[in-house]
Design a protein around this ligand. Structure first.
Ligand code: DX5
Ligand code: ZN
Length: 222
């Protein structure tokens, strides 16, 4: 089985502790950091913006995924790129149509970063069929976006398997990332279904021994 990458999320860590937390995650064996940006409009909560991302950037050598749960992702993406994002993930649901979504993917790519598209649990995966050739990554939301600590939605496994099959059949090379409710039990299951990266918020944040938790998620013995 290929090794799945573990991307701990900044949510639920309080903003004041983020730089320290990110250092701890790097030492504990995280593969990349998933930064959850919420604007209080696309989702109810607000987290932090690109000024805080700049501090995170200085605290780690790991790559930074920036998951934009915001109303106008195209407008703000350039700030996150400037302050350290390696990949920008925008939501399918933030756009009125696919033409505008693909336009946003292409314009953000020109900033020199990898671009992913996220879909909410209620969005059918098939809506992405014609878009897959433009994206570097698909983020399957396995909880409703907006807060950590929710239960993994099992139907997400069908979406992951569908994307994995499509990728092989059409000879595409986008990555599959899964976000929400993932713990040491679900990480290996998600990996077998075809995911390349798992995001984990509360399972890692609440783990007393983060190194062991990340090892278990990698499918290693502790
Ligand atoms: C959901 C966020 C996730 C979330 C993950 O709104 O995009 O990244 O914080 O947290 P857990 O793993 O606790 O669901
Ligand atoms: Zn996220």
């Amino acid at each position: 089985m290929k090794k799945i990458l573990i991307a701990p999320s900044t949510d639920p860590c309080p903003v004041k502790d983020l730089t320290k937390y990110v250092k701890t995650l790097e030492e504990a064996g995280a593969d990349l950091i998933h930064c959850d940006i919420m604007d209080g409009k696309f989702v109810e909560r607000r987290t932090f913006d690109y000024m805080i991302l700049a501090f995170i950037r200085k605290s780690t050598r790991l790559k930074l995924d920036v998951h934009l749960m915001v109303q106008n992702p195209t407008m703000v993406a350039k700030h996150y790129v400037r302050y350290g994002a390696d990949r920008i993930i925008i939501h399918y649901e933030a756009f009125p149509d696919k033409i505008q979504l693909v336009g946003a993917v292409q314009s953000i790519k020109k900033l020199g970063v990898s671009v992913g598209v996220a879909i909410n649990p209620k969005t059918p995966v098939k809506v992405l069929d014609t878009i897959l050739k433009y994206v570097d990554l698909v983020l399957v939301m396995s909880v409703e976006p907006g807060k950590s600590g929710q239960a993994f939605i099992k139907d997400s496994l069908i979406k992951i398997a569908y994307l994995n099959k499509k990728r092989t059949e059409e000879n595409l090379n986008f990555l599959i990332e899964v976000d929400g409710g993932i713990n040491e039990i679900y990480a290996p299951i998600v990996a077998v279904s075809g995911a390349d990266i798992v995001v984990s918020g509360s399972a890692i944040y609440n783990a007393e021994n983060k190194e062991n938790m990340i090892k278990l998620m990698h499918g290693q013995a502790i």
